[in-house]
Design a binder for this molecule. Structure first.
Ligand code: SF4
Length: 303
């Protein structure tokens, strides 16, 4: 195995286009796959965080994450303050608190436009229990409906676990139809060997993921691979270890219609997940910027 390519940048020198900020290490769930299972670390200081991102030389996409960012009472204010710096904002959440419509309205009023919701069990409580240790499908679905109502729902994430929820792709698309979810990117991921993760199951890779998704959604593998080779956008949304394509072949605009993203978080002998990404950075505990996955691996258990 090669050595982990870890480095830190001053905020003024940030070159990452997507920057993760773990605003809290608190969480109201105990999922079996969690890259950030450390709960003892204090919440990130809001003023220092804003000062840091103000120094970035270019506009970036900030991903507010955590553990679970909705644990912070001041989340709406944080969103507004980040937007005031000129950066774009995505909120990544487990969605439990978004089951209350008023809560979602508060996020919308704060200026949020882009939300990523994790739905590992789709609408199946048995799957949630096996993967996320909680029978929470009702809350998750209500969160999805509320986010869609306020036009916030952009991304949905689902980890596919061998022997548990392999049927998730077909079930997810069916659920979108039933709830009139028309414009979304759904990300199916393999388990990542980061933080806390399910070790006793077969760790699938990208080929299995493509195979599962194609079979269930009646797609040809050539179609999926064609998009990888003929990507229409000049930016970095298409990465080496991921595939992005629309369900409807005529669709060309991401977030118009249903798009599928396949992401392989299986490190498979590599130093970390998606190693050497120049796209994904993370604000560190000392307010520098580091490559996201390398920082997570380098601080395993410590941040
Ligand atoms: S994966 Fe997210 S929701 Fe689940 S325990 Fe970890 S931080 Fe909480």
């Amino acid at each position: 195995m090669t050595q982990l390519n870890y480095y830190e940048l001053e905020p003024e020198d940030n070159h990452f286009t997507d920057v993760v900020i773990d605003v809290t290490h608190r969480c109201n769930m105990m999922c079996k796959n969690c890259y950030i299972p450390n709960r003892e670390i204090p919440d990130m200081d809001a003023d220092l965080m804003i000062e840091t991102i103000k120094k970035f030389p270019k506009r970036v996409a900030i991903r507010i994450i955590g553990a679970e960012p909705t644990m912070r009472q001041d989340l709406p204010e944080l969103i507004t303050r980040i937007l005031d710096t000129g950066h774009r904002v995505t909120l990544l959440t487990n969605g439990l608190r978004l089951a209350r419509e008023n809560y979602v309205k508060g996020l919308k009023d704060a200026g949020l436009k882009h939300l990523y919701l994790s739905l590992n069990g789709v609408d199946n409580d048995d799957w949630y229990e096996k993967i996320d240790e909680m029978r929470c499908s009702k809350k998750k679905i209500q969160a999805m409906i509320n986010a869609n109502k306020y036009n916030l729902l952009r991304d949905v994430g689902c980890i596919i676990v061998n022997g548990v929820n392999e049927e998730a792709p077909a079930r997810m698309i069916d659920m979108f139809k039933r709830h009139d979810i028309k414009n979304v990117v759904v990300r199916f991921k393999t388990i990542g060997q980061l933080g806390r993760y399910m070790e006793g199951v077969h760790q699938m890779g990208m080929d299995s993921l493509i195979n599962i998704v194609c079979k269930q959604l009646n797609l040809k593998e050539d179609y999926v691979r064609w998009w990888q080779n003929n990507w229409i956008y000049p930016d970095s949304r298409q990465e080496k270890d991921s595939f992005l394509f629309p369900l409807d072949p005529k669709q060309r605009l991401v977030y118009k219609g249903i798009w599928i993203k396949l992401v392989n978080w299986n490190t498979d002998g590599k130093t970390t997940v998606l190693e050497n990404s120049t796209r994904r950075g993370r604000v560190t505990e000392n307010f520098k910027v580091a490559p996201f996955f390398e920082h997570v691996t380098n601080n395993e258990g410590g941040y």
